[in-house]
Write a protein that binds this ligand. Structure first.
Ligand code: AMP
Ligand code: ZN
Length: 404
């Protein structure tokens, strides 16, 4: 159904077959401030509209055009983005500045990047990691990109193209690794052949390749595009299961340790909506569609749950994560105890004889890694997925369907 909006004039397409108040709700319009017009008749909020209708929504508040629009908190110009948890709205220029400030603050708070560091940002082609690359370049860091081709059909092809185009347009260097070419399997195959879920083996591969590529190419720091929503959802999942060891390692910065580059998440103070708005306003072309393999994963349900809380109490998400970082994280630090040795096959750090990635790879390719030793069997599966990672996402969080 076409909807004509006035002051300023524009036309939007929304679904019909419902009541006027539902349409107004979707458009964020207060019914008391507009006339709703179809042909020559006025509609009330209880009237139904159909898909083939053309309706006009005409503001009734006099006193100048755009009067009821939000104003930028900083400069009072018309706002284009609302950030409800800060009870604020921003115009384009001030919003971009707000995002850059949040990233700068994140970097400073946790001493994420130092001037002599060689930094690489893992870029998936999605809004978060491309926005991050853009902000870091804007802030003057010399930062390269790292793209891992996962072999997920058209989705991966398009992601790769987008990342390459960004690098080209910004004169930035991109390291591209192809999972299939380099390690002999792609993610869909891994999901079918191995014992891990598709998302678990994908996550394991990313963490492994990011770390290995950083070491091979001499980077000190790997930055990822994890945002506030990602981090809050992960923390919720880990807390619901009281996985104290994962909770202990969920932090915006993980210092380098033997065999691991430093890992940083400079977007942890920004919501998904903010990174998307930043990417859009900066004209960054990013992959809007989600990975076709993740449908219905548990992480997504935690995000939805957090969003429901956020809808009625804006700020809940940020409160949950930021208060954890300030007050609760230190209490979990003692839970993070692992002793690492070198993987006998690839020399990456591991808690066992062979690292989780090499074991997964051997299983997928039907190879043998050598005689198993008793200790190897004693390592629980969830530790295998967590190791080599410094990352916090438990395997179960990726599993589709209800979790025990
Ligand atoms: P995800 O695990 O898909 O939520 O992604 C989290 C972060 O990992 C992203 O913000 C990126 O920084 C990075 N990432 C994900 N997929 C890729 C990829 N295929 N290549 C490089 N980096 C990636
Ligand atoms: Zn290995």
């Amino acid at each position: 159904m076409k909807v004509r909006l006035r002051n300023p004039d524009r036309e939007v397409e929304v679904a019909g077959g419902r009541k006027v108040h539902a349409v107004l709700g979707e458009l964020g319009i207060n019914p008391d401030t507009v006339l709703v017009i179809r042909e020559r008749e006025l509609l009330t909020r209880e009237d139904r509209v159909a898909d083939q209708d053309l309706i006009e929504i005409r503001p009734v508040i006099s006193g100048g055009s755009g009067d009821n629009r939000m104003k930028c908190r900083r400069c009072r110009e018309p706002a284009v983005v609302e950030v409800r948890r800060h009870n604020a709205a921003f115009c384009r220029v001030c919003f971009l500045r707000h995002v850059i400030e949040q990233v700068r603050r994140a970097i400073e708070t946790y001493d994420m990047l130092r001037s002599q560091d060689r930094v690489v940002v893992a870029v998936s082609g999605g809004k978060d990691s491309l926005a991050l690359w853009d902000v870091l370049l804007e802030l003057g860091y010399r930062v390269d990109g790292l793209y891992l081709g996962l072999g997920i059909g058209e989705y991966s092809n398009r992601s790769g193209e987008i990342v390459r185009a960004f690098a080209r347009d910004h004169g930035a260097h991109l390291v591209a690794v192809d999972l299939e070419r380099e390690y002999g399997f792609d993610v869909p195959t891994a999901g079918m052949k191995g014992s891990r879920s598709t998302c678990a083996v994908c996550g394991l591969s990313k963490r492994y390749v990011f770390n290995k590529a950083a070491r091979d190419h001499g980077y000190d720091v790997i930055a990822t595009g994890h945002n506030l929503d990602d981090e809050a959802a992960t923390l919720l999942g880990n807390t619901l299961r009281w996985q104290t060891d994962y909770i202990a390692r969920q932090f915006p910065v993980l210092p380098a340790e033997e065999g691991f580059a430093r890992k940083v998440k400079p977007l942890y103070r920004l919501s998904e909506l903010e990174t998307a708005a930043y990417a859009f306003l900066r004209g960054i072309d990013y992959v809007v569609e989600e990975c076709p393999l993740v449908a219905g994963n548990t992480q997504l349900r935690y995000k939805e749950a957090m969003n429901q809380l956020e809808a009625t109490s804006p700020g809940t998400k940020a409160q949950f994560l930021l208060s954890y970082l300030d007050r609760a994280a230190p209490l979990f630090a003692s839970q993070d105890v692992t002793t690492l040795t070198e993987c006998e096959r690839c020399a990456q750090p591991t808690t066992g004889r062979f690292c989780a990635f090499c074991r997964a790879q051997a299983q997928i390719l039907g190879e043998r890694l050598g005689e198993p030793r008793v200790e190897d069997n004693e390592i629980a599966e969830r530790d295998l997925v967590a190791e080599s990672s410094g990352e916090v996402m438990p395997a179960e969080i990726y599993a589709a369907g209800p979790t025990p």
